[in-house]
Ligand binder design. Structure first.
Ligand SMILES: [Zn+2]
Length: 186
């Protein structure tokens, strides 16, 4: 059984957001086109969102003087417009909504939980007998990479769609590590 994980296609990670990644809005637009063509091929479609607590550093993740490596400006605060899915994403395709980063510096979707049931991503995938994961979204060199590496570590077959992701740091070779650990880069 096969699942698609859409990573952090949120307002704050796209152009005009507080932690904008170049090419973000275009990736989200292409994701919706991909879903229209390919959604029927998946047994489960999930999306993750960064979902930080307001007015605290979320475990040192958010800083007034961010280094854009380990610390970041305020972004994706729970229940604010910046934390919403970007408007280019057709959310009707999403069956499970995972949130992560509640008071913590989470990068991987596997650190997150289903907003409704509180179940972990791994638990939901196992319950649905998912063994193959396709992963896309924002940002290639952080949350996409971390989600892919955790998926491999937990024993899933993992593919990442290179054309449906974009990095914080242009020219990033982040996906090489995913390939080294056994993932496929499409
Ligand atoms: Zn964050």
């Amino acid at each position: 059984m096969k699942a698609l994980i859409i990573v952090d296609e949120q307002v704050d990670f796209c152009e005009g957001g507080s932690l904008a990644v170049n090419g973000g809005a275009e990736v989200v637009k292409k994701t919706t086109e991909f879903l229209k063509e390919n959604a029927r091929k998946y047994d489960l479609i999930l999306a993750t969102r960064d979902w930080h607590e307001p007015e605290n550093s979320n475990g040192g993740h958010i800083s007034d003087s961010p280094d854009y490596v380990d610390t970041w400006p305020v972004h994706c605060v729970q229940e604010t417009p910046g934390a919403e899915y970007h408007s280019n994403l057709d959310t009707d395709f999403i069956q499970i909504h995972i949130v992560k980063g509640m008071g913590r510096p989470d990068y991987s979707g596997f650190q997150g939980v289903d907003l409704e049931s509180g179940k972990s991503l791994d638990e939901i995938l196992k319950t649905n007998e998912i063994n193959e994961l396709d992963i896309l979204g924002i940002a290639e060199d952080h949350c996409v990479k971390a989600t892919a590496l955790d998926g491999l570590y937990l024993g899933y077959q993992v593919r990442v769609f290179k054309d449906l992701t974009t990095p914080v740091t242009p020219g990033s070779d982040a996906l090489e590590e995913v390939a080294d650990k056994g993932g496929s880069i499409i």
